[in-house]
Design a protein. Structure first.
Length: 254
């Protein structure tokens, strides 16, 4: 499990009329098959002997969705991959976000209310300068549409996470987030036992909660926030895995 990465997106989707009709006629194009096709098309993953690519970002394990009944999980869409043989560099969170976004928009109009990311913390590069390019991208968004996001952070139990301070993690992450996302440590109590797809495999301890005003609420923005927070957790000494859960709040802040 050291290299396992799991993404779960919760929300709803309004299927395109043509997709709804095809599913009613018996088409079985579920998230698993659509993610595989898109990943192979983009040269991001290999599957069933597809040609080797130097850009391969992950090995596909499993996936599911709520609109075809291929999964009984609460997520709208979820994906589990192995990053052990990924190309060197950053975690493939942005490529995964792009593929999930394309798949969802292929079949309908999605609304994402929550993102949960179980990430291997040992895969983060020492040089985080690339985050600055992402920050510039997300800062170039409508500030009047900023959203308040609640974030829960968890770290692998017994592997250094218990000694990490959530305020230090937030401060470290903020250095790379700029105006694209502004973090504020929350004193809300622990939300209770972790209920997440990866929790049966990875024992997690609650690290803390953070409120975030984010310029853009999108799958790629959630993936970027997760990567920066994961890098900060790794820098703080959290070991092996981290879980970042981001929830859209009902309040919209100008």
């Amino acid at each position: 499990m050291d290299s396992t990465l799991i993404v779960g997106l919760t929300g709803s989707i309004e299927l395109h009329e043509w997709a709804d009709r095809l599913y009613a006629d018996g088409r079985d194009d579920d998230a698993f098959s659509l993610i595989v096709r898109q990943g192979v098309m983009q040269g991001l993953t290999e599957f069933h002997g597809s040609k080797e690519s130097p850009r391969v970002s992950w090995s596909h394990h499993d996936a599911g969705d709520s609109w075809t009944g291929s999964s009984d999980a609460p997520e709208l869409i979820w994906l589990q991959v192995d990053t052990a043989e990924s190309a060197p560099g950053r975690l493939p969170l942005q490529p995964i976000a792009a593929v999930l976004d394309r798949v969802l928009r292929k079949v309908g109009t999605p609304r994402i209310d929550e993102g949960a990311f179980l990430i291997p913390l040992g895969r983060f590069p020492h040089d985080s300068m690339e985050f600055a390019y992402d920050r510039d991208w997300f800062e170039f968004s409508d500030p009047d549409r900023s959203e308040v996001t609640g974030i829960e952070l968890y770290a692998s139990a017994g592997e250094g996470g218990e000694s990490a301070d959530v305020a230090d993690v937030a401060a470290t992450a903020q250095t790379w987030l700029g105006d694209a996302a502004v973090l504020a440590v929350s004193d809300r109590p622990a939300p209770g036992p972790v209920a997440f797809r990866g929790s049966p495999y990875v024992s997690l301890e609650f690290l803390g909660q953070v409120d975030c005003t984010v310029r853009e609420w999108s799958i790629e923005a959630l993936a970027w926030l997760t990567e920066v927070l994961g890098w900060a957790m790794s820098s703080a000494g959290c070991g092996n895995h981290g879980l970042v859960r981001l929830r859209r709040q009902p309040t919209t802040r100008a």
